[in-house]
Design a protein around this ligand. Structure first.
Ligand code: NAD
Ligand code: IPM
Ligand code: MN
Length: 369
């Protein structure tokens, strides 16, 4: 048996479609590079609701605890949209992040040369762009109490969410961002709304303290989140590592995706703390969702899922060479001209999920011949 235990949670919509292409890469690695994974599959999201009545059954959490890394697809879809809030598919990913303690979501946004003119921005503004968004992923307004919809005495309703951050939660995700900045350009931008939010004031203070005490070599700047959105959409190359709360990080990373050409390209890694044995719980997920508008049509871009698997190889198993191989294969296929429909570029051949996946496989063969 293998010492590389993977849990695959394909989920809903395009999740299973793009995951199929990753499974081919896994089989290829088995054949060509003699890397054997021990693979478990589990239920999450709408698929889990249909089978068990719960978006994240205890069994799935137990499977996630027992493996070395989770490869996650996507959850959600119109079929489950009218379910009560505490039964929605999205709870699947939220519970996994929480129960596994995965507080740091790393969302790289890189503009690949063949996609420069697919960007929402002019080529000169994005060529070579390579930013890393570090999104806090187990706290903030996603989980704060009180929350809910209540009916007031006068019969009208009130919806409540609460943004809460403890000093500890801010400091640990800040360290992840500072460490990354140190290995990259030495610059970190922390975003908040310290001008209007109390949790934002604390965010700014704690990030500043951690920087001063532990990372005096990293150049830290603070920016309001609204300004950051504007700066990203107009002069993105000023950024290297961006640190933000659960909500700001979510929104800014979808914006960053538009700069790179497509949401269908961007992977992410969601990491927990490193334990005494140097082990770290981790889940890898594209930043896109289940894309109900194209699900079942065979046209989804599998690259984000493949690149999430590359991040898994690099960060959970230290397999830098294999990670690079997959990233290079994807880049070569794009350089060769193939495009899935989500990538806005004129005059290109449009191919479906399978053709894209097969092209990556052929490129892997070539690269390792
Ligand atoms: P989405 O990311 O699913 O889709 C947004 C747009 O991008 C759609 O037009 C979609 O077709 C396109 N797109 C996304 N990924 C693509 C890919 N790989 N290839 C080609 N096109 C792609 O976001 P949404 O439409 O706002 O949400 C749909 C559902 O997914 C909702 O239920 C939402 O809650 C859920 N969601 C889940 C996750 C997750 O599981 N991690 C993330 C985001 C949204
Ligand atoms: C993401 C998604 C999720 C989030 C939803 C589906 C809960 O948008 O992974 O980016 O908001 O975290
Ligand atoms: Mn999102």
């Amino acid at each position: 048996s293998s010492n590389k235990r993977l849990l695959v949670l394909a989920g809903d919509g395009i999740g299973p479609e793009v995951m199929r292409e990753v499974r081919r890469i896994i089989d290829w690695m088995d054949r060509r590079r003699s890397v054997t994974f021990s693979i478990d599959e589990g239920l999450v999201g709408g698929a889990a609701i249909d089978a068990t009545g719960h978006p994240c059954p205890d069994e799935t959490v137990a499977q996630a605890m027992a493996c070395d890394a989770v490869l996650f697809g996507s959850v959600g879809g119109p079929k489950w949209d009218s379910l009560p809030f505490d039964k929605r598919p999205e709870l699947g990913i939220l519970r996994l992040r929480q129960d596994l303690g995965l507080f740091a979501n790393l969302r790289p946004a890189k503009v690949l040369e063949p996609l420069v003119d697919a960007s929402s921005l002019k080529p000169e503004l994005v060529r070579g762009l390579d930013i890393m968004i570090v999104r806090e992923s187990t706290g903030g307004i996603y989980f704060g109490e009180p929350r809910g919809i209540e009916t007031l005495a006068d019969g009208t309703r009130r919806g409540v969410d609460t943004e809460v951050y403890t000093e500890h939660e801010i400091a640990r995700v800040a360290r992840v961002a500072f460490d990354l900045a140190r290995r990259r350009s030495g610059r970190l931008t922390s975003v908040d709304k310290a001008n209007v939010m109390q949790s934002g004031r604390l965010w700014r203070a704690v990030v500043g303290e951690v920087g001063q005490a532990e990372y005096p070599d990293v150049e830290l700047s603070h920016m309001y989140a609204d300004n950051c959105a504007m700066q990203l959409a107009s002069r993105p190359k000023q950024f290297d590592v961006i640190l933000g709360s659960n909500l700001f990080g979510d929104v800014l990373s979808d914006l960053a995706a538009a700069l790179t050409g497509s949401l269908g390209m961007l992977p992410s890694a969601t990491l927990g703390a490193t334990d005494a044995d140097g082990r770290r719980r981790a889940l890898y997920e594209p930043i896109h969702g289940s894309a109900p508008d194209i699900a079942g049509k065979g046209v989804a871009n599998p690259c984000a899922q493949m690149l999430s698997f590359a991040m898994l190889l690099r960060l959970s198993f230290g397999m830098e060479e294999d990670a690079r191989l997959i990233e290079t294969a994807v880049e070569h296929v794009l350089a060769g001209g193939l495009r899935t429909a989500d990538i806005m570029q004129a005059g290109r051949a449009r191919v479906g999920t399978t053709v894209m996946g097969e092209a990556v496989m052929r490129e892997l063969d070539k690269l390792s011949a």
